[in-house]
Design a protein around this ligand. Structure first.
Ligand code: HPA
Length: 287
């Protein structure tokens, strides 16, 4: 399903949000989470959870990738009401960037003014072992579609959004503090979004290293762009599941990606627990 480029995006976002809100008994999520490949388990631990299949939400695109459940979970963690996406859709599935990023808009429309966006990514730094966690400082967009292409709806956001603080510096500081307090090793770097679904060629990996990227993946950027458009703040966290193509010479596989994500699950979930609680404690989301 593809969201039209002409009009109706605002209505679609709010129709989906209204449908979800009707199931929440008056609870308004403060934090939205988009959980990438193999990282969705965190949402299973939310308290007082309401689970809604993407297929039941009008206008919501469905994911078909193994390791993505395709479900919205609303529940509590660390004193916050969270809305978490277990799985997301990608451009390579055939959806356009507006459609891929529609769920992120719905999380924001539900009340989440902070989004925590996670992904599995290939490491461009040869010294980073698979399982490394990377806080995203900034991104480079190499995707061939843009979620804001076409007429702008001023009710959603401005025509020319600023991206200077898309990965909010004050929220990155929170994540670094939590990682330090919990003894979790955390790198920081630039994420580059590539179209996929092929993994990069070794030559592309060399190019991406030269342009200043530290991790490469096939998601996240459309969602961060619409969050910036709507004035929501983002935290981005990559799980480096493998060294990018050509670094070791071994072939890449989706199994390796999900295996690594599963292996670091405990650490990753502890980081998310701590970040959610710290956002509440520090007043970064309303209590
Ligand atoms: N490249 C692109 N996307 C990915 C990778 C990769 O090496 N690993 C996990 N997602």
């Amino acid at each position: 399903m593809t969201v039209g480029t002409e009009s109706g995006l605002y209505e679609r976002v709010h129709a989906a949000a209204d449908h979800v809100r009707a199931r929440l008994g008056g609870r308004a999520p403060q934090i939205g989470l988009i959980l990438g490949s193999g990282l969705g388990g965190w949402a299973d631990r939310l308290g007082d959870a309401v689970r809604i299949d993407y297929g039941d939400i009008p206008g919501f695109p469905r994911s078909h990738v193994t390791g993505h459940a395709g479900r919205l979970v609303v529940g509590t963690s660390g004193g916050a009401t969270c809305v978490a996406m277990q799985g997301r859709v990608h451009l390579y599935e055939g959806h356009d960037a507006r459609t891929v990023s529609l769920p992120a808009r719905v999380l924001i429309a539900l009340g989440a003014r902070v989004l925590i966006i996670t992904n599995a990514a290939g490491g461009l730094r040869p010294e980073w072992a698979p399982g490394t966690l990377m806080l995203i400082r900034d991104h480079i967009d190499m995707l061939r579609d843009h979620p804001l292409r076409g007429p702008n709806d001023d009710r959603l956001g401005p025509r020319f959004p600023d991206m200077t603080r898309a990965y909010a510096p004050e929220l990155r500081a929170v994540v670094k503090d939590v990682a330090r307090a919990r003894g979790i090793a955390l790198e920081e770097g630039v994420y580059v979004a590539m179209p996929g679904p092929t993994y990069e060629t070794p030559a592309e990996v060399q190019m991406l290293q030269r342009v200043g990227a530290d991790a490469t993946g096939m998601s996240t950027v459309p969602e961060v762009i619409v969050a910036a458009h709507m004035g929501a703040r983002c935290i981005g966290i990559s799980c480096i599941t493998n060294k990018a193509a050509g670094i070791t010479g071994e072939p890449l596989s989706h199994e390796e990606v999900t295996e690594t994500a599963t292996r670091v699950r405990g650490e990753f979930e502890s980081l998310l627990d701590g970040v959610v609680a710290a956002l509440v404690e520090r007043g970064e989301v309303r209590a």
